[in-house]
Design a protein around this ligand. Sequence first.
Ligand code: 2RA
Length: 339
Amino acid sequence: KGLRVAIVGATGLVGQEFIKILQQRHFPVDHLELLASDRSAGRKLNYNGRQIEVRETTPDSFEDIDLSLFSAGADISRHFSPIAAKKGAVVIDNSAAFRMDNGVPLVVPEVNIEDARNHHGIIANPNCSTIQMVVVLNPLHQFNPIKRVVVSTYQAVSGTGTPAIDALSEQTRTVLEGQPVTPHVYPHQIAFNLLPEIDIFMDSGYTKEEWKMLVETRKIMHLPNLPLSATCVRVPVFIGHSEALNIEFDRPISADEARNILAKAPGVRVLDDPTVSLYPHPWMAAGTDETWVGRIRQDCSHPKGLTMWVVADNVRKGAALNAVQIAEEMRLRGWLGGK
Ligand code: 2RA
């Protein structure tokens, strides 16, 4: 028996990726409800060759729904997720609304799917930059406990959504035409530029995006005291987040040991042969499901350190795919749609 699925935020970038991925993975959907704001209601989206009309999200939208995938921002999630959960529509929420709530599992299936067992109706999908990092950290940590992480990210504009993709295109054209750019979507020009500001600044001088990488990683990996320092940077790339990881371990570990562990790790693809410039980059990772790793090398600044380069499609594994994989794994374990 298939599931009755609702997608909240269906017309957004991640919402449309949900629709694509449900089809690509032949997720057992008996009925699909596409939900959005009243502004988007009436639009028709294609699903398995059928046109489905987008409806406005209301409390009644979740009657007789088994699974609701949310990607409509924290406010919509805060308002409708509890309503959906109460009606028995298990929520997998891509927003940050509930990620750090005690009763809400924060899940990357390759790392901590067991945490989803004791959900109370809402499961949170982690931040894109956290997901690709823990997919790589976890198998290494299982082999040799991680003591500290320093990470710099190079995040695509699609993380901000369609308006940011349009802004990058427009500003790039404007620069190439030799015209002055009027910054929009971001506080400064993003074309041919780098902005070390993702989400808001906190009193600590870190941004909320950098704080998310710390606190979400601690929750997902059950390492409440893991020291982690992140610098999150917006870069003029459409799709694909890249991360330079510096990892300090309990014991010395060689690049070859790490390469062998990662080559067998779930959801990871190792692409690492500098002699022929073989390493992951956003343009090749976009559209794929894997978390790609390369540039694996001994950290010359620390005897128990490694450094490496991690790339993933931030709209797929960073958001929509991870959420659908949580649903797949929960269903396999009988934690979803058991009606
Ligand atoms: C970003 N991680 O990249 C944030 C939200 N997707 O903008």
